[in-house]
Design a protein around this ligand. Structure first.
Ligand code: NDP
Ligand code: 8X3
Length: 250
């Protein structure tokens, strides 16, 4: 029987590439994101391969998150795999001049949003004593870099929450793990720099960064291991990157 995967942040970058690879590998796919036009376009594309359902909600809105996920039609409601991917950085400022709205956005989306989605999905997994949750962390979950303060804080929280989920869900045989990418060339930096495309593109200049498809490929690998294998924690960087701040550029 086909398994069902729910992916947050499926309208762009890592989430979109993950939806594409999972659809082509015989999973039913639930696409989540705010941008309805992108959801509709991706749903149309992936319907050539599998059954697809889209949910449009802001992960910050806990009522909408719970209602949306609880409203899934029966053929999509038995979620086997949850990919908690929605998230972004907002701003890159020292702590003394950081913007309160940026801090709220990062904490509300990257941490609280991940929790709301998990809260909606976990009962479907505990009820059947199986499931797989993959949280997308970051190298920023493992180290802190200049001006990364709150973003790194949110990703450290994702790392800790992942470990907590793994412990609490152990009695239910639910697999829980995190994947922590280094720099991936997506819309991430455009969001961080509030639409400043030139500043964003400079982040990935002079080296060969990870692509969204590289991470999607790894997510598919992690999900497709035999059930007794749980890849708990995985850090992946481009070959040019040695740490958050050390990148070999041309
Ligand atoms: P993108 O900006 O390309 O994608 C972010 C996704 O998150 C979009 O689909 C967006 O959808 C969704 N999203 C953002 N805010 C919300 C919200 N409030 N409610 C619902 N969905 C939301 O970035 P990436 O693909 O790079 O990022 C995906 C994850 O990977 C993030 O958690 C990020 O922190 C992490 N990451 C990224 C790295 C990178 O270098 N790119 C490296 C390490 C980790 P929409 O706007 O339609 O709602
Ligand atoms: C995204 C990678 O280095 O910009 O999490 O924090 S980085």
């Amino acid at each position: 029987m086909k398994k069902t995967v729910l992916i947050t942040g499926a309208t762009s970058g890592i989430g979109k590439a993950t939806a594409q690879i999972m659809a082509k590998n015989n999973y039913k796919v639930v696409l989540c994101g705010r941008r309805k036009d992108r959801l509709a376009e991706l749903e149309k594309e992936l319907s050539a391969f599998t059954e697809v359902h889209s949910l449009s909600f802001d992960v910050r809105d806990k009522k909408d998150v719970l209602e949306s996920i609880n409203s899934l039609p029966a053929e999509f409601s038995d979620i086997d795999v949850l990919i908690n991917n929605a998230g972004n950085a907002h701003g890159l400022d020292p702590i003394q001049t950081g913007d309160l709205d940026d801090w709220d956005a990062m904490i509300d989306i990257n941490v609280k949003g991940l929790l709301y989605v998990s809260k909606a999905v976990i009962p479907k997994m505990t009820a059947k004593n199986s499931g797989h949750i993959i949280n997308i962390g970051s190298t920023a979950a493992k180290e802190v870099y200049p001006n990364g303060n709150v973003y790194c804080g949110t990703k450290h929280a994702v790392d800790a929450i992942t470990a907590g989920m793994r412990i609490d869900l152990n009695p239910f045989s639910i697999r829980v793990g995190a994947i922590h990418p280094g720099m991936v060339a997506t819309e991430f930096s455009e969001v961080r720099f509030k639409g400043d495309v030139e500043r964003a593109s400079n982040v990935y200049k002079g080296f060969d960064p990870l692509q969204a498809e590289d991470i999607a490929d790894i997510i598919h690998f992690v999900v497709s291991r035999p059930y007794h294998v749980n890849i708990a924690d995985l850090v992946v960087m481009s070959t040019a990157q040695a740490s958050s701040t050390i990148v070999k550029r041309d």
